[in-house]
Design a protein. Sequence first.
Length: 100
Amino acid sequence: MKEIEEETGVSHGSIENIVREIEQGELTIPSIPFDQVNDLRQLSFDLRKKGLEPSQALLGLSLFERLRALDISPEHLSRWSDVAFHQDHTGQASRCDSSQ
C-alpha cells in the first residue's frame, strides 16, 4: 500500500478503508459493476504475487491470442515449440524425435 500512497498522495488509512469497502462489496463506482472492481483487484494481487507488471501480462495475453489464432491450444504448445526449435537452416522443419 505504501506504493499507492506515494503515487497517489492518498493516506494509508484512506487506502485501507477503500480496500475494505471493495472487499465487503460496499464501495460503488458509478457504471462499473462490483465484480469487475473485485476482479481487477484480484488481478493486481496475482500479478504482484508473480512479480509481473501489467505490461508483461499484456504481452503474455497478446502472445496467447496470437497462438490461439494459429489454432495452437495450450495443451499443444509444447509440441509446437519442439517443431519450431528443430527447424533446420533451410527453413524446413526437421523431424522431431521426442526420445532424444
